[in-house]
Design a binder for this molecule. Structure first.
Ligand SMILES: [Zn+2]
Length: 234
């Protein structure tokens, strides 16, 4: 149930029988040959499919995130962590004010991970609220499914190349790129990151078969659905 397809009467009615809601976080940043919006497309789609299956409302995903290290790549947008944390906190406060008490954040971008800690001071003031922060791409089941295809999989490689993130008519390099060490990149300014990373792939082949990708996707939807149903702590 997308919030875009609901009116406030319907939200009020929903809240009489359930208090769960989904908020996807994305990013618009270089993804080598894939869409700049890959992290937004994936977290938003995963949220919509999970919410549809469970009958839980899904808020529009945030298309931007925290990605300062990619700022030397044209098209990348990065939000300051404190700004982003404040923005997400205000959204959460609005959801709680509406009557939602259990918020599943489906995060699609590693740079947004600090948000889980940034919101804690606010969360401490609303003891009735639960926020479940799910980094969907690095979760146990998804990682297992990815490693069955190849352990050499990372940012902007085949593991993010789904029929809904790849661009038509864009040829992909046939070779497999050697993995890089993300921890080394963290020390470097954006221009240096770009000069080392080149096209932006952190390592891995550029495309896998669609059957493999659909298996990974179905694994992600099943795992996220399970989390939405059973992942809450009292
Ligand atoms: Zn990504």
């Amino acid at each position: 149930m997308k919030i875009a397809d609901m009116n406030w009467f319907q939200v009020e009615t929903y809240l009489k029988s359930d208090d769960r809601v989904i908020l996807p976080l994305g990013s618009t940043e270089q993804h080598a040959y894939l869409s700049l919006c890959t992290d937004f497309i994936l977290s938003n789609k995963l949220a919509e499919e999970t919410g549809e299956g469970c009958g839980v409302p899904v808020y529009p995903g945030l298309p931007y995130g925290i990605a300062p290290y990619f700022s030397a790549y044209p098209g990348t947008v990065t939000i300051r962590p404190e700004t982003y944390g404040d923005f997400v906190t205000d959204i959460l406060a609005s959801l709680v004010k509406s009557g939602f008490k259990r918020v599943l954040i489906i995060n699609g971008h590693g740079g947004n991970c600090p948000v889980e800690e940034i919101i804690r001071p606010w969360l401490g003031k609303v003891p009735e609220c639960r926020v479940l922060f799910h980094n969907w791409w690095s979760s146990k089941a998804v990682m297992e499914a990815v490693h069955k295809v190849s352990p050499n999989a990372s940012h902007a490689s085949w593991m993010e190349n789904f029929p809904w993130t790849r661009l038509a008519e864009v040829p992909l390099p046939p070779e497999e790129k050697a993995p890089c060490d993300p921890d080394n990149l963290k020390q470097l300014p954006p221009e240096k990151v770009r000069s080392i990373l080149g096209d932006g792939n952190y390592g891995g082949a550029y495309q896998a078969g669609d059957d493999a990708m659909l298996t990974i996707w179905r694994t992600a939807v099943a795992e996220t659905t399970h989390l939405l149903d059973t992942g809450w702590t009292n």
